[in-house]
Design a protein around this ligand. Structure first.
Ligand SMILES: [Zn+2]
Length: 109
């Protein structure tokens, strides 16, 4: 029993139509996804409202200030220079000393 290929012209036209529609839909979706992924799209977390931190924080433990030079904030930078520390190679102990110094200043207030 041979299977006769159905060559219904209407069905063939519908099939072709849906095939083209599918292709167009797919390319449309693809373009939408691309524009969304490239940045200016949907609810993707784009960091616009948050300005990137220009400088890294101070290296002194517990200090929240922004580092201005040598990884130290203005406060600790001047303090380290006053204490004649080598700013390029601050040891952990020196950083700790700077931190304690600041805490003492805080307590005095
Ligand atoms: Zn600091």
């Amino acid at each position: 029993m041979a299977v006769r290929p159905r060559v219904d012209p209407l069905e063939a036209a519908l099939h072709e139509f849906s095939r083209q529609l599918g292709a167009q839909l797919a390319s449309g979706i693809e373009q939408g996804l691309r524009s969304a992924l490239s940045g200016s799209g949907l609810g993707l977390p784009v960091e616009v409202s948050q300005p990137a931190p220009a400088a890294s924080p101070c290296r002194v433990p517990g200090c929240q200030r922004e580092a201005i030079s040598k990884g130290l904030c203005q406060n600790h930078y001047q303090k380290a220079r006053r204490l004649e520390m080598r700013l390029d190679g601050l040891s952990h102990q020196q950083l700790e000393a700077l931190a304690q110094d600041r805490r003492a200043l805080r307590g005095r207030r």
